[in-house]
Each structure stands twice: as structure tokens, then as C-alpha cells.
Design a protein around this ligand. Structure first.
Ligand SMILES: Cc1cc2nc3c(=O)[nH]c(=O)nc-3n(C[C@H](O)[C@H](O)[C@H](O)COP(=O)(O)O)c2cc1C
Length: 190
């Protein structure tokens, strides 16, 4: 059974991201083909990257890095819930991604983004980042519009088609997480 983390990439007081991540988790819980867990970056207050060596060397030195690596290492795939800040993902999510390397490799990822234009630019940036981390990004991006998927810009009220898109995206992340399992096993054996 693949284990998928839903990573909540916004830590602001009053963040909309919490409603979005809870909506994702509510829908994901109905699935019987994977296990889902919410990983809220508020619970992992990583400082600005403070590792002396690049993460791809795999020589993590700080306790908070080792803890974060153990968290990410437990999962087979990821759903990133990202706001759009200045046409990209949030700094806190990028920092958390940058901290580790091997723990992301050969895993699948999908994006639920939100913003004035559905957070599409944040989602596209995350795809570029995923490529460098040897992650497989799935086609479907759930892009929630602040104008039409939130009541008064504050209360999440996603259109029915968004629920369908989320279901499709979750299925793609699960399938690709499973498909990449042989590559993860090769790496573990090496
Ligand atoms: C620093 C910052 C930059 C933002 N830049 C964008 C942007 O480039 N495009 C956009 O659509 N919304 C932008 N917004 C609006 C956010 O999409 C909106 O505030 C959203 O609620 C942020 O997610 P959060 O509440 O989970 O933090 C920005 C908000 C902040 C705080």
C-alpha cells in the first residue's frame, strides 16, 4: 500500500492552506488504494537551510534535518498543497524541499495550488523543482481560484469539477508511486 504525504506548504497565521489541505485529506481518506498522512510545515519549523554540505551528499548533520529526512523518507509519493506567493511557491515550502535530496528521489508528486490564477505559476515552479529532485510530476494539477473556489476569498467552496480533478490527481500519484517502487528498491540496495 503506497504511503502518500499531503504537505501543507503555508505557515501563515490565518492561512487558507489549512482548509485546502483538510479538503484534500477528507477526499483522500475515502481511497482504499493508498494511505495518506498530513505533513504540516508548522510542525517542522526548519531554520533557513543550515546544513554545511549539499543535501545530495547525504551527510545530514543537524538533528532537525535528520528528523525531516526521516519524515520524508517514510513516504512513496507526495501531494504538495501550495499557495502562490509572487508567482512561485512559498519560501517555507521551498526551504523544506531543499533540506533533503535522496528522500525525494524516485517518488511521485502532484500539486494542489491556489491563488488568483489558481496558483498555476506556483504549481509549474514546483514541477521544475521536482525534476531536479528526480521526482515524477503527474499531469493533473488541482488549481483552486481565489475568485471562484473560495466564498468571499476566505471560505473554501470548490467547484464539483475540482473534486473530480483531485480524485484524478490522487489516482495518478498513487499509480506512479507504485510504478517507481523498483527504482526505490535499487537505491536502497546500493
Ligand atoms: C507574500 C505573498 C505574495 C503573494 N503573491 C501572489 C501571487 O503572486 N499570485 C497570486 O495569485 N496570489 C498571491 N498572493 C495571494 C495569495 O495567493 C493568498 O493570500 C493566499 O491566501 C495565500 O495562501 P495562504 O493563505 O495559505 O498563505 C500572495 C500572498 C502573499 C502573502
Amino acid at each position: 500500500m503506497p504511503r502518500i504525504a499531503v504537505i501543507l506548504g503555508s505557515t501563515r497565521p490565518g492561512r487558507l492552506g489549512e482548509q485546502v489541505a483538510f479538503w484534500v485529506m477528507d477526499q483522500a481518506r475515502h481511497r482504499t488504494d493508498a494511505e495518506f498522512e498530513l505533513v504540516d510545515l508548522v510542525d517542522y519549523p526548519l531554520p533557513h537551510l543550515d546544513e554545511p554540505l549539499p543535501p545530495n551528499m547525504g551527510a545530514y548533520q543537524n538533528a532537525h534535518t535528520k528528523e525531516w529526512a526521516a519524515v520524508i523518507g517514510r513516504f512513496d509519493g507526495f501531494v504538495f498543497v501550495t499557495p502562490e506567493y509572487n508567482h512561485s511557491t512559498s519560501g517555507v515550502l521551498k526551504n523544506a524541499i531543499d533540506y533533503v535530496y535522496a528522500e525525494w528521489n524516485n517518488k511521485a508528486m502532484g500539486v494542489v495550488s491556489y491563488g488568483a490564477a489558481g496558483g498555476a505559476r506556483a504549481a509549474e515552479h514546483l514541477r521544475l523543482i521536482a525534476g531536479e529532485l528526480q521526482m515524477a510530476d503527474v499531469r493533473t494539477n488541482v488549481a483552486l481560484s481565489l475568485f471562484t473556489d473560495f466564498k468571499d476569498f476566505t471560505e473554501l467552496a470548490p467547484g464539483g469539477y475540482q473534486t473530480q480533478a483531485l480524485e484524478t490527481m490522487l489516482g495518478q500519484v498513487i499509480a506512479w508511486s507504485q510504478a517507481l517502487a523498483p527504482l526505490r528498491r535499487v537505491r536502497q540496495a546500493a
